[in-house]
Design a protein around this ligand. Structure first.
Ligand SMILES: [Mg+2]
Length: 444
């Protein structure tokens, strides 16, 4: 790791950050069961140093939600403007806590909701800036950090009953063995992915068949189907997909929080014949004991529960793991407090031997989480068993360094940063409220 002490004064000057802008950007997306009017939009944060280096971060919501997130990001600018990058990363745990414990804004969370989404966007930009400063893609920055340095970025507050700093360090030190080989393997072969692009709700059977055929030709072996609107329709669609992909490929189902607990159990039991690996977000994302009940009921059918895309923070993940309420952890760098908090969740999941399969899609989330899951394999879990990263073929064209998928695998990015810088032309077109994209659709 390169540090800046020899030229501290100079670099302090060079790395002085200010939040240049937090923009609301609008995109259109396929529909999910609970979000039938999905105007994806993103709060896009640009940090600029007075040396000219820039860091880019974002979080995304739907439509008007982003206006609120942008306000929250703007309210946080005072916590970052004028700081040097070196000062931030030297005590990254302290900086994380500064953002999440502000006397006035903590009331809005703590560490959840709009204020935590804003924290994610801001911290994603800081990590991007740091990786660019080091000239490395984010995953490589993490892989090259010492275990001591990594744990110094994590806020262990509220999770020490499950994971202490000492234990985290021990896990990371243990996983150093074979690290170089795993890094080479990832560079050569990439990280396994699954696709959600074939079976959104509302697609005709003809469309499903065509998308499945194309995906199979492209080497995809793992498929996720959106369910929860109509049981008969789900049975028909899931049978169709299972028939298309054959018995050996993997099928998952995702209800996007559609059901109550008992309804989830009976609905998913009716779909057991298609052998889904998991049911994702069967009920309210806050209902830890409900997820535990669903997990227990579905275990004899060989169906696991996956959740996490709307799990607020590491404390929630801790309880999900303690309660045996999930069998697949779905991290998200736009929901949790960026890399810092995701590191805590990766380590807790590893301790509980629960595989991590990141949530991706949305706006730029594939670009972000690929870095985290590469790090997880190389430096934490050292396993690919039942592990895969979601992929949605959507909105990548807006990014300067879009993900590279080869043979249904994420190929490790080689360009410095956290991969969520957008093309200037896209930012201009989609910026709220004057971009051309906003003129095409009526405001609500
Ligand atoms: Mg989902």
């Amino acid at each position: 790791m390169r540090w800046y002490e020899p030229h501290e004064e100079e670099v302090k000057f060079l790395c002085c950050c200010f939040c240049e802008e937090a923009l609301g950007l609008l995109f259109l997306s396929p529909s999910a069961p609970q979000h039938t009017d999905p105007d994806y939009s993103a709060a896009y944060v640009v940090l600029e140093t007075d040396g000219g280096l820039r860091g880019f971060g974002l979080t995304f919501t739907l439509g008007k939600g982003t206006e609120i997130v942008v306000c929250a990001v703007q309210a946080m600018t005072g916590l970052v403007v004028g700081k040097s990058l070196e000062e931030i990363v030297r005590d990254f745990r302290g900086f994380y806590r500064l953002l999440t414990s502000d006397g006035q804004m903590r009331w809005l969370g703590p560490e959840k909701g709009v204020i935590h989404l804003a924290t994610a966007a801001l911290l994603n930009a800081v990590w991007d800036l740091w990786a660019r400063m080091e000239g490395k893609p984010l995953w490589k920055l993490l892989v090259d950090m010492s275990p001591e340095r990594l744990v110094s970025c994590i806020d262990f507050r509220y999770i020490t009953d499950v994971l202490t700093e000492e234990e985290a360090l021990e896990l990371l030190v243990k996983a150093q063995e074979g690290k170089r080989q795993r890094e080479e393997e990832m560079l050569r072969e990439g990280y396994p992915a699954y696709t959600t692009s074939c079976a959104w709700l509302g697609y005709s059977d003809q469309q499903l068949k065509q998308l499945c055929t194309d995906a199979l030709k492209g080497g995809w072996t793992k498929f996720k189907v959106k369910v929860g609107a109509d049981l008969d329709d789900d049975v028909r669609r899931c049978r169709l997909i299972r028939q298309m992909i054959g018995p050996d490929n993997t099928l998952m189902i995702d209800a996007n929080q559609r059901w109550d607990v008992s309804e989830a159990i009976s609905w998913v039991s009716n779909l057991a014949e298609v052998k889904p690996l998991w049911i994702e977000e069967p009920t309210s994302p806050d209902d830890i004991l409900g997820h535990a009940a669903i997990s227990k009921a579905l275990a004899p059918l060989g169906i696991g529960v996956a959740t996490g895309e709307q799990c607020h923070n590491r404390v929630m993940f801790k309880q999900f793991l303690q309660a045996g309420a999930l069998q697949f952890v779905q991290i998200d760098s736009c929901r949790l407090g960026s890399v810092n908090e995701n590191l805590a969740v990766l380590l807790m999941a590893h301790k509980f031997r629960v595989p991590v399969c990141p949530h991706a899609g949305g706006v730029g989330l594939c670009e972000l989480v690929q870095h985290l899951i590469l790090f997880d394999y190389i430096c934490v879990s050292a396993s690919l068993s039942n592990r895969m990263c979601e992929y949605v073929d959507h909105l990548h064209e807006h990014f300067v360094c879009p993900v590279v998928i080869h043979n249904a695998r994420y190929m490790p990015p080689k360009i410095p940063g956290y991969s969520c810088e957008m093309l200037e032309s896209s930012v201009k077109k989609h910026q709220y409220p004057d971009g051309d994209a906003w003129k095409l659709y009526p405001k609500k």
